[in-house]
Design a protein. Structure first.
Length: 241
């Protein structure tokens, strides 16, 4: 089998040896494959590039190598995810910093079938979630700080009108809440405190609190649904999963 064919061989999901190596953080192998001519931005069947794989798993050393080899930092997969969005999910501070230093668009929001660089003001038809919002929801204060230092708009909202602060509140991330409250002009948009209470209770598994809320307002509480369509049962089930 010829060397070129080995380097670009793709399995049933379009993954190349370089992608698999990047996803597993095998930096030495990544460097070796690229030195022999592996295509650094060749995507799999879903549009994921080696850099996206490495960023999603927080493999900062691999990310550093790929960036040094000129991997595209603002390219997106078929779900509209860029490397910096993937890094926000991983929560790895060093990976996020590497990408922002390389010019990642920090106010980018995912958009389906987006495969090129993105506009900083682009609005997602799917969720509208930006890297800052994802980091806030995960309670990653240091990652949140990096995004804001690099120009993230704290008042930007998703398609349900929620800002990073709103999501931090809904996800019960107190450290991020305190930080964002000090620098954002937007405030939590939910006017019914019981909506917040029921989600905090189910996420912490507080059965007594849930029973108390249900007894106080049985009709409205049973119908409570978060902005993204998850009711109390969905939240508790997803947390358990």
């Amino acid at each position: 089998m010829q060397l070129e064919h080995l380097l670009i061989f793709q399995n049933s999901e379009g993954e190349t040896p370089l992608q698999v190596s990047a996803a597993n953080g095998f930096s030495q192998i990544v460097n070796l494959l690229i030195s022999y001519g592996a295509l650094v931005d060749l995507p799999n069947s879903y549009g994921w590039t080696p850099l996206m794989h490495a960023a999603r798993r927080g493999h900062s050393s691999t990310v550093a190598i790929l960036l040094k080899k000129k991997a595209k930092v603002n390219i997106c997969n078929k779900l509209g995810l860029s490397p910096v969005v993937a890094a926000a999910w991983s929560g790895d501070l060093k990976t996020v910093k590497l990408l922002t230093d390389a010019g990642a668009i920090v106010d980018y929001v995912p958009s389906l079938n987006q495969t090129e660089g993105v506009d900083i003001d682009q609005v997602s038809p799917v969720t509208g979630l930006s890297p800052l919002m994802l980091a806030a929801c995960e309670g990653l204060k240091k990652v949140v700080q990096i995004f804001i230092e690099n120009g993230s708009d704290t008042n930007k909202t998703d398609i349900s009108g929620r800002s990073a602060l709103d999501l931090a509140v809904e996800c019960c991330k107190q450290e991020v809440i305190i930080y964002l409250e000090g620098i954002t002009t937007s405030k939590y948009t939910n006017e019914d405190s019981q909506d917040i209470d029921i989600f905090q209770a189910v996420k912490s598994g507080d059965v007594l609190k849930i029973k108390s809320l249900l007894k106080q307002n049985p009709e409205s509480t049973n119908a409570i649904s978060s902005h993204d369509g998850h009711d109390s049962f969905n939240v508790s089930f997803n947390a358990w999963m």
